[in-house]
Design a protein around this ligand. Structure first.
Ligand code: PLP
Length: 491
């Protein structure tokens, strides 16, 4: 590594990225390439001789950028966003620059101690119960994804339970979520060896806003208990992926407590909003949970990847995930006075993720982070208002944060009141066509969900560069496509 060459090439790459952001609105938001396109553009094998950074960047421009869906475009309203920021980016640079592997304290004390500190700062910002703070005998750890966080907590819950009831009862353990819980729960269930037949996705309905019903949960658990099964783990969601539904945390934790279960709260997207006092009430009841996670890479201006997990009993994680390798033995670990994060996660190696979070928190401060979140919510409200003003459309579920779920309504297509199943299907198809047309235009990118059999378009505001003018243009694009589609199909 030649430091002068590094400096020169580093500046070129930064300039390249700055230009990318400057021109980002010129690209179609959703990539238009066909599967296999890249194979046709690049050589079949790695170069034998070195190539210059200029040549490589030219290929990035010509061949990689066309194959990107531009998540950082201000016209990106799909999925949940992955918020970029200068501080998050610079934090990543520092992480990669140092390239330390902080699996235990001694392998890079600053990596462990900063993570410890930042997790307590964030726990304060979210007003998590004292029991989740290190000072309250709990603690936080950074993972790459919610999926990893759930696998680890479920493994901890499994081992805690099996130590009580005997490992021969593994096949009796049952995991609960709702039909809106992220698929990550089912994946975790499979990974930790729970019988796939013992996974319960409890049905939700529009009447409860697609939130988990505590009564249905109790009924399902007691029916399992009657069959001799053992309730193990509940994943409650604060801000579901499809519609940002909010499971009633206090009530579902109370049910779970009656059966001695572990409750994990997944707030992957919406957790970030809870740094604003007006949204904090959505996690009221979290004190009844055993663990809580959210992804700052979704909505807290921290570059991919970053998931914060807190547990009220780190020993449960450590008992389940510890390894004791001779070559990692050291005095600090032997004293048990330090955190060795390798025992809080799946892998041994780990990135210094705390550095980017620390940069984000320090560079913007809580005040600005709240301001950014509120600005996204405000833009989403504007979109919601525009939808409501057009009587061809309807808002399908109430908006909680910065996601608006909407669609062309049945009444815009069918004039009489006697709708049958066929007409419901037709409305779904028309909305599906609408989404395809909007995305094909390249001017915006939105995605969909199907909830309670209803196809909805999701407009998720969250890209860092999105301003009010972008959402107004996005609405015009939706209206334009809707006009064309409806003109062709009114019955
Ligand atoms: N949970 C919720 C509620 C989500 O919305 C998502 C992704 O959007 C996930 C979990 C998946 O998170 P990850 O990709 O970090 O595993």
């Amino acid at each position: 590594l030649d430091t002068e060459e590094f400096r020169k090439q580093g500046h070129m790459v930064i300039d390249f990225i700055a230009d990318y952001y400057q021109n980002i609105e010129k690209y179609p938001v959703l990539s238009r390439v066909e599967p296999g396109y890249l194979k046709k553009c690049l050589p079949e094998s790695a170069p034998y001789n070195p190539e210059s950074i200029q040549t490589i960047l030219q290929d990035v421009k010509d061949h990689i950028i066309p194959g990107l869906t531009h998540w950082q475009s201000p016209n990106f309203f799909a999925y949940f966003s992955s918020t970029a920021s200068t501080a998050g980016f610079l934090g990543e640079m520092l992480i990669t620059g140092f390239n330390v592997v902080g699996f235990n304290w001694v392998s890079s004390p600053a990596a462990t101690e900063l993570e410890h500190m930042v997790m307590d700062w964030l726990a304060d910002m979210l007003q998590l119960p004292k029991s989740f703070h290190f000072s309250g005998n709990g603690g936080g750890v950074l993972h790459g994804s919610t999926c990893e966080a759930i696998v680890c907590t479920m493994a901890a819950a499994r081992d805690q339970m099996l130590s009580r009831i005997g490992s021969e009862n593994l096949g009796k353990l049952v995991v609960y979520g709702s039909d809106q819980t992220h698929s990550t729960l089912q994946k975790a269930t499979q990974i930790v060896g729970i019988n796939p037949e013992n996974f319960r996705a409890i049905k939700t309905t529009k009447s409860t806003g697609f939130a988990l019903s505590p009564a249905m949960l109790r009924l399902t658990i007691s029916s399992d208990r009657a069959k001799g099964l053992v309730p193990l783990f509940l994943c409650a969601t604060m801000g579901t992926t499809a519609t940002t539904a909010i499971d009633p945390l206090g009530a579902v934790c109370n049910v779970a407590k009656d059966y001695g279960m572990w409750v994990h709260v997944d707030a992957a997207y919406a957790g970030s909003a809870c740094i604003c006092p007006e949204f904090r009430h959505f996690i009221d009841g979290v004190e009844g949970a055993n663990s809580f996670s959210f992804n700052p890479h979704k909505w807290l201006f921290t570059a991919m990847d970053c998931c914060c997990l807190w547990v009220e009993n780190p020993s449960a994680l450590i008992n389940s995930l510890s390894t004791n390798l001779e070559y990692l033995r050291n005095k600090a670990s032997d004293t048990k006075q330090v955190v060795d994060y390798k025992n809080w996660q799946i892998a041994l190696s780990r990135r210094f993720r705390a550095l980017k979070l620390w940069l984000v928190l320090r560079s913007y401060g809580v005040a600005n982070l709240r301001k950014f979140i509120r600005s996204h919510v405000k833009i989403a409200k504007i979109f919601e208002g525009l939808v409501r003003m057009d009587n061809r459309f309807e808002i399908v579920v109430p908006r909680n944060f910065s996601l608006v779920c909407f669609r062309i309504s049945l009444s815009a297509i069918v004039s009489d009141d006697h709708y049958d199943g066929e007409e419901y299907n037709m409305v779904n198809e028309i909305n599906c066509k609408l989404l395809e047309a909007i995305n094909a235009s390249g001017s915006v990118f939105m995605t969909h969900a199907v909830v309670g059999g209803v196809y909805v378009l999701r407009c998720a505001v969250g890209a860092t560069l999105t301003e009010e003018k972008h959402i107004r243009e996005a609405w015009k694009a939706v209206q334009g496509q809707a006009h064309t589609i409806l003109s062709a199909c009114i019955v």
